[in-house]
Design a protein around this ligand. Structure first.
Ligand code: MV4
Length: 501
């Protein structure tokens, strides 16, 4: 096993990797920008080296600097986390060339899966179900138009170099085909410096379900079940869960097999994720492969009783992974809520500032992966996600109740967060019944943002307390509202609290 590794990332994911290193007796090397000098991950690491700079480009994207610090500190391997350099095939290659180990897949798999048409082609050849559409990037406009007519409108034009929803265009009818094609190619060129695009039939009201894959260098390749990721807004996931309430054992078996087949086809190693779309007839289609550890990996850990970072380290060090067979049963149910420093009530505007007071949730079944502490400043330089709150329960209902309780318990002031919105999502009857698609937030925005009659009294109380705060200099820590009468997950909320200063 490695004795020392460098973590080329920041925030909660840097801390996540540092923690497993500590448990495994591996020395961790953090790198940090000027803005992050006082972040918890910097203090938790065995040692920490400054990168300088503020923006990502000046700091966490500087790979020569990363390699330099790795060499100077004596690190043997680099964990890229997610985002930043994690899916940069050139970086993965440079790491290996420098005589270090990249804790992730081979550069060839990153490159192949980064090209969405190449990935599609590979899946078609390997009999992994894909959405009907063009087999390659479009070179012949008339042929492409014929494909669109044959599969039937609406269709989506997607950028080959895109992914994660970037550079997609919906075309509703044949007369709009030509201009949409030109527009999509132009957008793709501007965004990715590559104008290749391809066509897929538009799957209406789908679910987004992804499978966790692990593959080692001893011939073991398994899946660890799925994550339900349909609850998202503008391609930003908001809340994830494992397992998905949509899948039965048979469907899980078939999708898991397809996911393993997909990973095998690109000669995959380490942890990866296969994204699927599931239509209303429960047909599933390969969408993309993510060649990194994902933000939402904790829900998979919770229902498998497994440390995915530990598995990543073992695999990268050439050891066999802990499991050799895909599990058939999962341990209870887990939710993850992404807590963002943003204001959902104000069109999700970023909410930078200092966290003046922080007392996060805890207690039975709660796990929090947070990158901040009281006094931390949330800047506009990086992603606004500050924490991931997970709740585990013996079943979906207990996990849901615990999540609402934890979100209510969570005390944070100085910045706005998505916590009240998350509570509303968890209280929604359709969400509780597992009856939702990727359109959920858009479709239910009135319900999710609407006034609640039953809160009228509490709103009045809150107004009085706010006035008291003004007059008597008493600090108000507002409870995070919840408890709709229709909720099968109804919980008892605590009262507003007054903390005298
Ligand atoms: C689609 C689709 C419908 N049909 N492809 C969005 C993110 C990117 N990974 C692919 N995406 C989609 N591809 C076909 N053929 C709908 C989406 C999509 C979506 C997918 C997953 C989760 C949320 C989504 C929200 C809007 C659109």
């Amino acid at each position: 096993m490695f004795k020392k590794i460098l973590i080329a990332n920041r925030g909660e994911i840097a801390l996540r990797v540092i923690r497993t290193c500590a448990e495994m007796g591996i020395k961790s090397v953090a790198v940090y920008s000027d803005v992050d000098a006082n972040s918890p991950f910097v203090y938790s690491a065995y040692e920490a080296w400054p990168l300088g700079g503020k923006t990502s480009r000046e700091s966490y994207l500087r790979w020569e600097k990363m390699l330099d610090i790795a060499k100077k500190s004596g690190a043997e391997a680099i964990h890229p986390g997610y985002g930043f350099l994690s899916e940069n095939a050139d970086f993965a290659e440079a790491v290996e060339k420098a005589g270090l180990v990249f804790i992730g897949p081979p550069a060839s798999a990153i490159r192949l899966m980064g090209n969405k048409t190449a990935a599609r082609e590979l899946m078609i050849r390997n009999k992994v179900p894909t959405v009907p559409g063009t087999e390659n990037a479009i070179t012949d406009r008339q042929l492409a138009r014929k494909v669109a007519r044959d599969i039937g409108y609406p269709i989506l034009i997607k950028a080959a170099a895109g992914g994660g929803g970037k550079g997609m265009r919906l075309v509703e009818s044949d007369d709009l085909f030509e201009e949409s094609l030109d527009g999509a190619a132009r957008e793709a060129m501007a965004a990715f410096n590559d104008d290749s695009v391809y066509i897929e039939k538009f799957v209406e009201k789908p679910r987004h379900i992804e499978f966790q894959i692990l593959a080692d260098n001893h011939g073991n390749i398994i899946h660890l079940g799925e994550r339900e990721c349909s609850i998202q807004r503008r391609h930003q996931k908001v809340l994830e869960e494992a397992p998905s309430s949509l899948l039965d054992e048979d469907m899980r078996q078939r999708m898991g097999e397809a996911a393993i087949q997909a990973a095998r086809a690109c000669n995959y190693r380490n942890a990866g994720t296969i994204e699927f779309l599931v239509d209303k007839h429960r047909n599933f289609y390969f969408l993309e492969m993510n060649t990194r550890l994902q933000v939402e990996h904790p829900v998979t850990e919770l229902v498998n009783g497994l440390d995915l970072v530990e598995e990543q380290l073992k695999i990268a060090a050439g050891e066999a992974m802990s499991l050799t067979e895909s599990p058939k049963h999962f341990f209870g149910h887990a939710f993850e809520c992404r807590i963002y420093a943003e204001d959902p009530e104000n069109n999700w505007a970023p909410s930078p500032g200092v966290i003046e007071f922080l007392n996060p949730a805890d207690g039975p079944g709660i796990r929090e992966d947070s990158g901040v502490t009281q006094g931390s400043e949330i800047s506009l330089y990086y992603d606004p996600m500050i924490s991931k709150l997970c709740a585990w329960g013996r079943d979906r209902q207990q996990a849901g109740r615990r999540m609402i309780r934890a979100l209510q318990e969570y005390q944070i002031s100085g910045i706005k967060t998505s916590i009240p919105f998350l509570i509303r999502v968890l209280e929604h009857p359709d969400f509780q019944n597992g009856d939702f698609t990727t359109q959920f937030i858009e479709k239910e925005k009135d319900w999710l943002f609407g006034e609640r009659k039953e809160f009228a009294e509490e709103a009045a109380l809150a107004a009085i307390l706010a006035e008291m705060e003004e007059k008597k200099k008493v600090k108000l820590v507002a409870a995070n509202g919840a408890g709709s009468p229709s909720s099968q997950w109804k919980t008892i909320r605590r009262k507003e609290q007054l903390r005298s200063q």
